[in-house]
Design a protein around this ligand. Structure first.
Ligand code: MRU
Length: 385
């Protein structure tokens, strides 16, 4: 265990450097959660455990390093986890034995290792399934051609996510008043995605549409994604952001002046129930109590139509250490028992609508999500379902 500023970093995932060693992030921004370097043999990620004190990029060359990065939250946020896993499989292919059946079995083992890292964000298994289809197609190719094809698919997953964030941002921005205060929980921004963000994509798109938007960010105990990441990202990009502790939401809403809530999602069940960072359900209850509209923004890759409802969503239980400490400092007696579910489920009935790149689902539920499932993204219509 090493210390990076005031924050405890559990293990290292690669070799660190302070600037993004890439001509330009795929999203076009000046920083990026994760990139596959030209040559397809190196992944670079912004170590989110070190933010906001240290903007440190890690260089990874092995799939195991990518798996550890996902487990330890060096890269986190549902879409970014999926992109990281896809890039992890490119590294696995680059290091895999050329001959069959070794290539296929090595790739299957790598996919299983990545799949076991975190259970709640369905974007992980979605991205792995998409890469697995390409693994099957490239088995008979020469080693360099295999890596090239897998890298192209992984970059497509990444760039499609950026496009999805921009599209859902524009759709969500239509619900944002011209002068708005938006409350958000956790980090559902550029850092959690291929770039631009889901909930923060709505914030960005609103500004691009000429609206005045101010953001209230919940700090998001226990790991403080709101304080460390959302506040960092918004301040860096010139937004007006106010940080509050999670326990201040009720009073802040009672006082008035919160126009809407927008959060991201880790898995959306067929019923429209939404798993997101622990604390989201409480914010949704408070929004209902105070008449504040509560929205979810997520790419369609976060929708799991095979999952009937929120009760069927696997909820990750994380280490006690995250609750027993704050900023690396112990805050609880050793004898106290601790619980640490990383996510909760917000029932569909508390959600005004879900913004996706394919359209807005109002009210969230099976009929609307199934209608979006049928939309062909290439030529199909998008809009309100
Ligand atoms: O544990 P984390 O930091 O991976 O949790 C992230 C969240 O809950 C985000 O709100 C969610 O993934 C949406 S990301 C666009």
């Amino acid at each position: 265990m090493t210390r990076g500023g005031a924050y405890v970093t559990v293990g290292t995932v690669g070799t660190a450097g302070s600037t993004l060693p890439h001509p330009a992030p795929l999203s076009g921004a000046s920083y990026s959660a994760i990139e596959l370097m030209p040559g397809d043999r190196e992944v670079v990620l912004l170590d989110q455990r070190a933010l906001p004190l240290d903007e440190r990029y890690e260089r990874l060359h092995h799939v195991e390093q990518v798996a550890v990065a996902i487990e330890t939250l060096a890269v986190r946020g549902a879409p970014a986890i999926g992109i990281a896993a896809a890039y992890g499989l490119v590294l696995a292919a680059a290091g895999a034995p050329a001959g069959e059946p070794h290539f296929a079995s090595e790739m299957a083992a790598a996919a299983l290792r990545l799949h076991r890292t975190r259970p709640t964000a369905v974007n992980l298994s979605w991205a792995l399934a998409r890469m697995a289809r390409v693994v099957t197609q490239v088995r008979s190719l020469a080693a360099p051609a295999r890596v090239e094809r897998l890298a192209a698919e992984a970059r497509a997953i990444h760039s499609e996510d950026v496009a999805a964030c921009r599209a859902m941002g524009r759709i969500g921005a239509e619900r944002v008043p011209g002068d708005a205060v938006i409350l958000t929980h956790c980090n559902a921004g550029a850092l959690a995605t291929g770039g631009f963000g889901t909930a923060l994509g709505v914030v960005r798109a609103s500004r691009e549409a000429g609206k005045r938007v101010r953001v209230v960010a919940c700090e998001t105990r226990p790991v403080l994604q709101g304080a460390r990441l959302t506040a960092w990202e918004l301040a860096r990009d010139g937004f007006d952001v106010t940080l509050i502790t999670d326990s201040m939401v009720a009073q802040r809403m009672r006082r008035g002046g919160i126009d809407l809530v927008v959060v991201g999602a880790d898995r959306i069940a067929r019923s429209g129930d939404v798993a997101n960072k622990i604390g989201t359900y409480g914010v949704a209850c408070l929004a209902r109590a105070h008449g504040v509209p509560f929205y979810v923004a997520a790419p369609f890759s976060t929708v799991d139509l095979a999952c009937p409802d929120g009760d069927a969503i696997p909820i990750e239980q994380r280490s006690e250490h995250e609750v027993r400490t704050c900023g690396g400092v112990p805050i609880a007696p050793a004898g106290a028992r601790v619980e640490n579910p990383a996510f909760d489920v917000t029932p569909a009935g508390l959600i005004r609508s879900i913004f996706t790149e394919r359209g807005e689902v109002t009210p969230p539920g099976e009929a609307g999500l199934m209608a979006l499932e049928r939309i062909d993204q290439e030529g199909g219509k998008t809009g309100r379902i």
